[in-house]
Write a protein of this length. Structure first.
Length: 287
């Protein structure tokens, strides 16, 4: 197939076309090759600039040092927490809540979303209540969940599950309903049973959209754990933030927030890695 570059005058009697093969090879390479080095340096450069701005504000004297501590003070506070083991202990508590809540919420949302996508009756019966549940701010019902389920891990897990539930549910419904009808007809012509249809068609075909919901859930689950720890907790990174706020220990608050950010980014990275693995399977199934 001869590829060519079309001019803006295409369609006029005197229009001209230029074969793509006649373009300079360096131009074609420049158009197709991303600026990898610049992309790799961009994020660290922005981070360094933000740190310098932060340090400048801290050293300017505009704010008291306990309100805007310097990055060095925050780093020292974080290192002190890590050295005495308290940071690891509180991180482990939050991570346990996050992983358990995300697992419960994702599994419940996937299977309920699958039922809604497959059954109009389930969709009409459940959708209004699910939308109403999503409309209620999780912060508003968190105290009620603490009263019902206690201040232990159970209430935090439920809060995490609720906050990740709706995005995963929506993505599952979209993924299952987006399967082309002709593929379903093909499975019926092959006399596939429901499990075979699910395993060989529905799950691989919906996988890209479902994994997108999982990536969103990975970060939202951290928010759910923090909300629960804000309301009632004696351990966890959210507890550290709340404790530091009450004692005006701003370096502690910022150190805990940075740890929460790192935790959320790690979970997102794991979800992205899982996406890479499962999408390879998805492509293999398609082929």
């Amino acid at each position: 197939m001869n590829s060519r570059v079309q001019t803006v005058d295409e369609g006029r009697p005197d229009h001209q076309t230029v074969p793509a093969s006649s373009l300079p090879s360096t131009l074609l390479v420049a158009q197709s090759r991303p600026r990898t080095r610049w992309n790799l340096l961009l994020a660290p450069t922005v981070g360094i600039i933000l740190l310098l701005i932060w340090e400048g504000v801290a050293q300017s004297g505009w704010y008291a040092s306990f309100i805007v501590p310097s990055p060095v003070r925050v780093a020292n506070r974080w290192w002190a927490l890590a050295a005495d083991g308290s940071l690891l202990r509180h991180t482990a508590v939050t991570l346990r809540e996050v992983l358990t809540g995300m697992m419960v919420g994702v599994l419940a949302a996937f299977w309920l979303g699958y039922a809604i996508a497959k059954s109009r009756t389930a969709a009409y019966a459940l959708t209004p209540y699910l939308v109403a549940l999503q409309a209620v701010p999780i912060v508003a019902i968190a105290p009620l969940l603490i009263i019902w389920f206690g201040a232990g891990i159970a209430s935090k897990v439920i809060i995490c599950a609720l906050i990740v539930f709706f995005p995963m549910l929506v993505n599952t419904v979209i993924g299952i309903r987006g399967i082309p009808p002709e593929l379903r007809d093909l499975m019926r012509s092959l006399e596939a049973n429901p499990f075979q249809t699910f395993w060989h068609l529905e799950l691989p075909a919906a996988m890209p959209v479902v994994i997108g919901g999982l990536k969103v859930s990975a970060t939202l689950s951290v928010i759910g754990a923090v909300v629960g720890e804000f309301v009632s907790a004696s351990a966890g990174l959210g507890y550290l933030v709340n404790f530091g706020r009450g004692t005006y220990d701003t370096p502690l608050v910022i150190a805990a927030v940075f740890t929460l950010t790192a935790l959320a980014m790690t979970l997102y990275g794991l979800a992205a890695w899982l996406e890479h693995i499962l999408l390879d399977w998805h492509k293999a199934i398609q082929n």
